[in-house]
Design a protein around this ligand. Structure first.
Ligand code: AMP
Length: 376
């Protein structure tokens, strides 16, 4: 399950097909336990309930009949409040137990129409079974007899539910991805304080922090294939090849589909990586909102790295030659990215000398000046 795009909108995974399957099974058993000995007439409400109807019937252990009524009340992502009956019932439900199968009950307008349809038909009893129910959206008093799952008031698609016609074929449920996401790139030479600041910013703005250097070190420590691949480059203060780094970054983003946004620390470091990041984010309805550089003089940075090397045990922090190599890599391959982001109007520079709090304040000022954040 990944991000899906339907028309102009992006949706993220919400409920897996296994969970839906288990819920449908429980629903079918609950109904059967109540109606044993009867032959109920199930009435599925089209279009949304077609997939539920098929799965529910396969799981219903007793004799039963099924019919369909076609109602519609949605236009785009909002309920219109007007329910239209497009295809009517052609069975006679008189004297029978009718169980309405609904994919979702939100405002309850459709339920009102269902009750109206059956009110003059002398049914023995009318029961409502719905796979999903949104209690916050429900505006009616009518009883719902069987509920599969309660959901928050979010727009969902999949498993029969659509967004303007699309998405009904998805076997899982997806949720509309809100637009107020923020993705930051922390930019700067080794030792500029990217990792230190990211740790504060991720808490403050509820972001997921991805440090490519950290991920590499974790993999080296655990002697994974990726770790073995990256080790010689890192030990020599060189950049790990783009292909390896880009694949790893993509996997880290995919592990966090629910993220509010990301702080990328130590990525991108080459133009190819910057282009890959744009492509990855665009495919998910996101973008880099700002690239913020932490500026400090080389002498200060070298001092900091050597100090850090004493405690961190990082071999690439302990050797002046390796540090120099990392700076060269930066000047040659990473520095050109400033123009890449300047051209897009996304480059910001912050003085990286001062106390940790002072620098966090400077970064926050930039972040809060961004449209995505102030509009929250
Ligand atoms: P850092 O912790 O960000 O200073 O990264 C430590 C080392 O990991 C770097 O010197 C590179 O060898 C490697 N590395 C981290 N991020 C990247 C990247 N985006 N591209 C290539 N190599 C990277």
């Amino acid at each position: 399950m990944g991000i899906v795009k339907l028309h102009d909108k992006f949706f993220k995974p919400f409920i897996s097909s296994e969970e839906i399957d288990g819920t449908v099974e429980r629903l079918a058993k609950e109904v059967y336990a109540d109606l044993e000995g009867e032959v109920p007439l199930f009435v599925a409400i089209l279009n949304g309930a077609f997939m539920l109807a098929a799965d529910f019937l396969k799981k219903y252990p007793g004799d039963c009949e099924i019919s369909f009524v076609k109602l519609a009340s949605y236009s785009g992502t909002a309920s219109t409040g007007q329910v239209e009956q497009l295809v009517g019932l052609n069975e006679n439900p008189e004297g029978r137990t009718v169980v309405v199968l609904e994919d979702i009950v939100d405002t309850g307008n459709t339920l009102v129409e269902i009750h109206r349809i059956f009110s003059g038909m002398n049914v023995k009893s009318l029961k409502i079974a719905t796979l999903f129910y949104k209690p916050e959206a429900y505006k009616q008093q009518l009883n719902i007899d069987y509920i599969g799952m309660e959901l928050p008031h979010k727009f969902i698609v999949g498993y029969g539910l659509d967004y303007d016609g699309l998405g009904r074929n998805l076997p899982e449920i997806y949720q509309l991805k809100e637009k107020d996401m923020i993705n930051l790139v922390l930019f700067g030479k080794p030792g500029a304080g990217k990792g230190t600041q990211a740790a504060y910013l991720k808490e403050k703005y509820s972001l997921v922090h991805i440090s490519t250097g950290e991920v590499f070190r974790y993999n080296i420590k655990n002697e994974t294939e990726l770790g073995k691949l990256a080790k010689t480059y890192i030990d020599g203060g060189e950049l790990v090849p783009d292909e390896v780094t880009i694949n790893m970054l993509q996997a880290e983003v995919e592990k966090n589909e629910d993220a509010h946004g990301f702080i990328f620390d130590g990525f991108p470091r080459t133009t190819a990586q910057a282009e890959a990041l744009d492509e990855l984010l665009h495919g998910r309805g996101m973008e880099v909102n700002a690239t913020i550089a932490l500026e400090a003089d080389d002498e200060v940075l070298i001092e900091r790295l050597l100090e850090r090397g004493k405690v961190s045990g990082r071999s690439d922090d302990q050797d002046k030659e390796k540090i120099r190599n990392r700076f060269e890599e930066y000047n040659e391959k990473t520095a050109p990215l400033m123009n890449y982001y300047k051209d897009q109007g996304k480059f910001y520079s912050v003085d990286g000398i001062g106390s940790i709090e002072e620098i966090t304040t400077r970064l926050s000022r930039v972040i809060e000046s961004l449209e995505v954040v102030s509009s929250k």
